[in-house]
Design a protein around this ligand. Structure first.
Ligand code: MLT
Length: 317
């Protein structure tokens, strides 16, 4: 197959694709705007951050497969792809540990005020009193919103740190999810409002859908306790950022965030997010999945999918 890899991809797996007889064009610098001009003649496209709009897919004569080398497909116009008969696949689960690790790193950093602590020391200030007010996380209650593979990986880590893990009971959860959650010791509450009202920490791990858009809004934030830590390593769309900024002022909420409502369409650029600039926020560059381990695991799955697609196997994604 002729494959355009429009984002960074590990060299060993690029070589593997070539070994398997695929003709690969490695253009990790491709921007969303350049994509329509670059897709001509390719059977498959592999992307991570680069957005794939309808305009690009409509120009791509011969394109049969788009693989998002990540968990979500929200950066791809799936409706246009399906109208054009282009298969879209994602790679869920392979980066679960990496995303959970980042969420946990943000939690610990916020609790101990690590970033400000380091910045002050770098500037030569010694202020032990200012940094001696952490609440600690042992025994605290964390609400996990979204119990997919990433949510469960986060829940495991929280339980290992002695936190009481809570989630919302939802009809129709897969039996294996419930089994895993029970093994971790997750306790279920009736609804999101109860979770917001009773937890010290809320961590978002749900996909961006119509149902999850602005899940964290002014109404829900009204129930959150002062001092709550909110973590979002899932998708920016889940949070009404303006409502959160307002609630931060009223309730001393602190936020660890890796994803934003309005992210650049490529991996470098400017971000105008007010949330990212807020002093109560520790923000990172949508790097949850950016560990070597996770990227290798995702790439191995991409190679498997390309081979399977070429051999006519139905891809379950
Ligand atoms: C994912 O969907 O797995 C991540 O958001 C991928 C990324 O880092 O862009």
């Amino acid at each position: 197959m002729r494959i355009l890899l429009a984002d960074a991809f590990p060299a060993a797996h690029l070589a593997e694709l070539a070994d398997h007889g695929h003709d690969c064009a490695y253009r990790p610098d491709t921007t969303a705007d350049q994509l329509p001009d670059r897709l001509d003649g390719f059977d498959a496209l592999v992307v991570r951050s680069t957005r794939v709009a309808a305009a690009a897919l409509e120009r791509a004569d011969g394109l049969r497969l788009v693989i998002r080398a990540g968990a979500g497909t929200n950066t791809i116009d799936c409706e246009a792809a399906s109208r054009l008969g282009i298969r879209v696949c994602n790679v869920p689960g392979r980066n679960a540990a990496a995303v959970a690790e980042l969420a946990f790193a943000l939690l610990l950093a916020l609790d101990r005020n690590i970033c400000d602590n380091v910045a002050d020391l770098r500037a030569g200030h010694w202020d032990k009193k200012r940094y001696s007010r952490a609440r600690g996380i042992f025994g605290r209650r964390v609400g996990v919103i979204g119990l997919g593979q990433i949510g469960l990986a986060f829940a495991e880590r929280a339980a290992a740190f002695g936190m009481a893990v809570h989630a919302v009971a939802k009809p129709g959860r897969a039996p294996e999810t419930l089994e895993h959650a029970n093994a971790i010791g997750v306790r279920f509450v009736d609804d999101l409002t109860t979770l917001a009202r009773t937890c010290d920490v809320l961590s978002l791990h749900a996909p961006a859908t119509d149902a999850t858009r602005h899940l964290i809004d002014a109404d829900l934030l009204a129930h959150v306790q002062p001092g709550t830590i909110i973590l979002n390593t899932s998708r920016g769309e889940l949070v009404d950022e303006e409502a959160l900024i307002e609630a931060m002022a009223d309730k001393d909420i602190r936020v660890g965030v890796d994803v934003y409502a309005d992210e650049p369409a490529t991996s470098t650029g400017r971000i105008e997010s007010r949330l990212a600039r807020h002093p109560n926020v520790y923000g990172t560059h949508h790097i949850g999945a950016s560990t070597e381990q996770a990227q290798q695991a995702v790439a191995a799955e991409v190679v498997r999918m390309v081979d399977a697609f070429e051999s006519g196997t139905v891809l379950h994604c």
